[in-house]
Ligand binder design. Structure first.
Ligand code: CP3
Length: 341
């Protein structure tokens, strides 16, 4: 795996073309996903290793992507800690027992790896199926993003309760974040021990934070987690929406790759980062709704811009939307594989 395109690019080594994978590549934009989804709940899919492996393999088999990503969710750690989690069509994730007081935080468990054994099993089944062909990316949510779901009780537009806890009850917020960070580090080490080839940390909603709050309540815990990972040839990708602002700080946490949103010129941000940090990104996922000639033009323009830079992985700035035409995604992967620097 060390010589695969993605791992080489992640360690800032030269590749003959940009490698490609896409966030949310195993999901509702594929009719094959629905054929499985119609039979099971989302959590059943995550918790049944054979099914998680079937779904993980869909974009590998149907798109010919350069990396697989474990089929799971960033909220499985919060569930293992005691969150009463359900996923409801059209509503998204819900916690029936939101965490809002010191007593709620005290009730959360941190020795929970036995409850996440199904992830260990899923990784082993997936690696058997991949059979050395491409790397498998494992992942977890960053503590701030996971905390926001626990505190709000689900998705949120403004993160009002979460930010109120950071601002009015910082000690309480730190107690919660420390617990989540400890579980997250154990969980990523479980994935590494089970055999993943790379790790991505998703801080999807860090964009909601002011610079100082990002530093105190998010960056600090990501730094702690990365430092605890037992890895040698396993690159760490750090993702957040807002990375076009936070990238210089994110770099200080010592990831190998920073995943960049689409608000910024990728080359410009790459040049402002230490040269041993690779970048991943940064196509606006809405481009995949557009005509094929626009898709090709925008992707090749990005590649031409990044020509000569080692350490570039193509991805979207955020996940694929469920109603993006499959054909367009397949087309994007095909033309990416035709490109040569
Ligand atoms: O990328 C992949 O294909 C791998 C699987 C994956 C899922 N979730 C599957 C999923 C990954 C890497 C995630 C991460 C995740 N989960 C994030 C971070 C990435 C991001 O988008 O910023 C977040 C914030 C979540 C939390 C979450 N899970 C939300 C908000 C939702 C509901 C919204 C939605 O898109 O449906 C989920 C559910 C979820 N996670 C689905 C899938 C395939 C949809 C389940 C269904 O079919 O109903």
């Amino acid at each position: 795996m060390r010589n695969s395109l993605i791992i080489k690019a992640a360690f800032s080594e030269k590749t003959e073309r940009p490698p490609v994978w896409m966030m949310r590549q195993a999901g509702r934009f594929m009719k094959e996903y629905w054929e499985i989804k119609n039979k099971y709940s989302f959590l059943e899919m995550c918790k049944t290793p054979e099914i998680a492996a079937d779904v993980t393999m869909l974009p590998v088999d149907l798109l010919g992507i350069d990396a697989a990503i474990l089929f799971s969710d960033i909220l499985v750690t919060a569930e293992a800690m005691g969150g009463d989690l359900s996923f409801n069509q059209g509503v998204g994730p819900l916690f029936a027992n939101p965490v809002r007081t010191n007593a709620d935080i005290d009730r959360l468990e941190i020795n929970v790896m036995d409850k996440l054994q199904y992830v260990d099993d899923a990784i082993k089944v997936i690696q058997q199926r991949l059979n050395g062909s491409i790397p498998l990316i494992g992942f977890a949510g960053a503590p701030f993003t996971v905390m926001s779901y626990l505190v709000e009780g689900g998705s949120s537009k403004d993160f009002k309760l979460t930010k109120l806890m950071l601002h009015n009850e910082p000690e309480m917020a730190h107690k919660l974040l420390s617990k989540i960070a400890s579980v997250t580090a154990d969980y990523l080490n479980l994935q590494i021990a089970a055999g993943v080839n790379a790790i991505q940390i998703f801080d999807s909603w860090a964009q909601a934070l002011a610079w100082d709050d990002y530093k105190e309540f998010s960056h600090r815990y990501i730094t702690e987690i990365i430092a605890k990972l037992q890895r040698k040839d396993i690159p760490v990708i750090s993702f957040c929406k807002g990375s076009s602002v936070f990238a210089p700080l994110m770099a200080e946490a010592k990831p190998d790759v920073i995943s960049i949103d689409w608000n910024v010129d990728l080359l410009d941000i790459k040049k402002r980062l230490p040269s041993n940090i690779a970048v991943q990104g940064n196509l606006d996922p809405h481009i995949l709704y557009a005509d094929k000639k626009v898709i090709k033009q925008r992707i090749y323009a990005l590649f031409d811009r990044m020509k000569g830079e080692n350490g570039f992985i193509f991805n979207l700035g955020h996940g694929i939307m469920p109603d993006i035409p499959f054909d367009n995604v397949k087309y994007a992967v095909d033309i990416i594989k035709e490109y040569h620097y």
